[in-house]
Design a protein around this ligand. Structure first.
Ligand code: HEM
Length: 352
């Protein structure tokens, strides 16, 4: 489909490479244990294309898009298929100083648009359709900040793959044919003690990031000792450099002192992103962690697989669940479950 200016717009779901937009919503949901919850979720996500059209067609130039990711805990029951080769719950990484925590999440909706009202409208329609089949684990509205900068003041996203490198580094290929054109997705919500960061000199901030702040030019990689964020997240092996696609978004509630970066990474190989996290939290060499973490605290962490649009649509053909609530997929494999796999409760958790 095209907008009024003849530009193609990402009205189909699961377009991992949808353009960077001005706003985004990151919605993390937990599927309820009720008998019909899986059927409801299956019906809603397999019809995601219609919901996106309903909201997005009202202003095609708003470039509404939505990607849904499915977590390991519900994958088998929801899709009635074996898990993608690398899919497992987010693995907590405990470093000497900082921990990448794992938190609940069965479904991730990454909603992007150039208009906040389009994001809102799609989110509203989704939640209305899902009803009591889900509860909310986390909901963040992000906004694009000047020059695509994060709230720490650095241009964020520069090293993302482009052209043919983009599908090559984000979409599963022949290595897992049943899941070709899908993508692993990892999200983490980070908050920043902004005044502490602002107390650093620009040179100190640049050394932590590995880029100059004003003009975004890369600094040389350190080969020993403390490495920058840019160097620690560069993964190279015999096959060359492995990229991921990031579409981080700032979020903030200044009156509450909340300043954050919502990290989202799409990757063809989950291990690549996990290696980045290990290098950040444990350090390379171990002990010399990413100094960005001294100013960025992860409040959440969860992993998903975003199936191709074709596979997502095909879920509509699966029969309804008739045999009542079944057991969690990972019950027979305690190693696959984390302490955070339980559905959250407390204020805001229940959408019904
Ligand atoms: C690079 C910010 C978390 C992976 C960068 C850059 C900035 C940045 C400013 C340099 C410009 C660019 O290439 O985009 C942040 C902030 C984070 C965060 C504010 C959270 C508070 C993460 C996490 C990962 C990650 C959790 C992966 C697990 C990368 C990669 C690069 C990068 C792969 C490009 C490295 C290269 O030059 O090849 N990040 N980042 N970032 N970051 Fe992050």
């Amino acid at each position: 489909m095209t907008d009024g200016y003849g530009n193609r717009v990402p009205i189909a779901p699961q377009q991992v490479d949808a353009p960077l937009t001005r706003t985004a919503v990151f919605l993390v949901l937990v599927v309820a244990d009720a008998a019909d919850a899986m059927s409801t979720v299956r019906e809603v996500i397999s019809g995601l294309d219609d919901l996106i059209k309903t909201a997005g067609f009202r202003d095609l130039s708003g470039r509404l898009s939505c990607t849904v990711g499915i977590g390991a805990r519900v994958w088998d029951r929801l899709t009635r298929r074996a898990k993608p080769a690398e899919l497992h719950p987010f693995r907590e990484i405990v470093g000497p100083t900082h921990t990448a925590i794992a938190t609940p999440g069965d479904l991730l909706f990454h909603i992007r648009a150039d208009r906040a009202d389009l994001c809102y409208e799609l989110e509203r329609l989704l939640l209305e359709s899902l009803g009591t089949a889900v509860s909310t684990a986390d909901e963040v509205s992000g906004f694009r900040y000047f020059d695509t900068r994060d709230l720490l003041g650095f241009v964020d996203g520069t090293a993302n793959p482009v052209g043919p490198d983009l599908p090559a580094s984000t979409l599963v290929g022949d290595e897992d044919p049943a899941y070709a054109d899908g993508s692993y997705v990892v999200v983490q919500k980070y908050t920043h003690p902004l005044s502490m960061w602002q107390a650093l000199t620009t040179e100190q901030q640049e050394a932590i990031m590995g880029r100059r702040k004003a003009d975004n030019v890369e600094l040389p990689d350190a080969t020993s000792g403390q490495k920058s964020h840019k160097t620690l997240t560069t993964i190279v092996d015999d096959a060359g450099e492995h990229d991921i696609l990031r579409d981080n978004m700032p979020f903030a509630r200044p009156a509450l002192g909340e300043y954050g970066t919502y990290f989202i990474g799409y990757t063809r190989h989950l291990w690549v992103l996990e290696r980045m996290l290990e290098r950040m939290f444990i350090g390379d060499p171990p002990g010399l962690h990413d100094r960005l973490l001294d100013f960025s605290t992860p409040q959440t962490g969860s992993t998903y697989f975003a199936p191709s649009a074709a596979l997502l649509g095909a879920l509509a053909d699966e029969p309804d669940d008739e045999d009542g609530p079944d057991e969690p997929d990972d019950q027979d494999d305690p190693d696959e479950r984390t302490d955070h796999d339980e559905a959250p409760d407390g204020p805001g958790a229940d959408l019904s």
